[in-house]
Write a protein that binds this ligand. Structure first.
Ligand SMILES: N[C@@H](CCC(=O)N[C@@H](CS)C(=O)NCC(=O)O)C(=O)O
Length: 225
């Protein structure tokens, strides 16, 4: 079965799907939409968002739908706990990572020149250099507008840092006495949260505040093993 992930390397949702496929021990190829190739994403799926997964002849968009699809086809190494309350908790974590933590990642990317530069290098890799001068300002403008609509974009950087630190403290406290966010084994909860933190670690100097939390740090290391 050929599996192709249509992605941007730096998209945390695409990172989430890479983690899902690795967790399931599934071989896959990636197809990047860097630079102006991004214009082709709408041909893959009308919402124009990535990740999109081609699984044999089936095309699935959206990381959560991809997770559910893969779980159904490959039940070994489950992503979703069988016990109903644990399953519900894992789904809530996934939603929190996708809908809340994601915006911190975006904020730290577009409000920091160094992080934006590192992201630009990835999002324009393999493309003619001039595309970077077109795409990066557009990306910055677009995501700053989305952040304002979402709400975080109206807060000062100090306030966003305070809220982020509070989330990290919560994660660190929860992980002090538990090896994973839900139960003993890796679930979609761990994968979704780690995928968002991965991108902050990759491009932002905020990686230091993540690494300062020992239990969170141990969990991230265990998750990457
Ligand atoms: N709910 C979707 C969100 C995907 C998403 O927002 N992807 C971003 C990249 S991080 C995207 O495609 N942005 C392009 C756009 O919104 O035009 C999922 O879980 O896959």
């Amino acid at each position: 079965m050929e599996i192709v992930l249509h992605q941007w390397e730096i998209s945390p949702y695409c990172g989430k799907v890479r983690r899902i496929l690795r967790h399931k021990r599934l071989a896959f190829q990636t197809c990047d939409y860097n630079g102006l190739r991004a214009l082709r994403v709408r041909r893959l799926t009308p919402p124009g968002k990535l990740p999109v997964l081609d699984y044999g002849g089936t095309r699935i968009a959206d990381s959560s739908r991809i997770a559910a699809f893969i779980e159904q086809r490959h039940p070994d190494h489950p992503l979703f706990p069988a016990e109903p309350a644990q399953r519900a908790t894992a789904l809530m974590w996934e939603d929190w990572a996708d809908e809340s933590l994601f915006w911190f990642e975006v904020y730290f990317r577009v409000h920091d020149a160094a992080a934006l530069k590192a992201s630009a290098a990835s999002i324009c890799a393999g493309r003619p250099p001039w595309e970077r001068y077109l795409i990066v300002p557009l990306l910055r403008l677009d995501y700053r507008a989305r952040l304002r609509a979402q709400g975080l974009g109206r807060l000062t950087e100090a306030e966003v840092d305070r809220l982020f630190a509070q989330h990290l403290d919560s994660l660190d406290a929860l992980l002090e006495h538990s090896p994973r966010l839900v139960g003993e084994h890796t679930t979609i909860a761990d994968i979704a949260v780690a995928a968002m933190l991965d991108e902050i670690i990759r491009t932002s100097h905020r990686r230091a505040v993540i690494h300062a939390r020992p239990h969170l740090c141990n969990w991230l290391t265990a998750m990457s093993a």
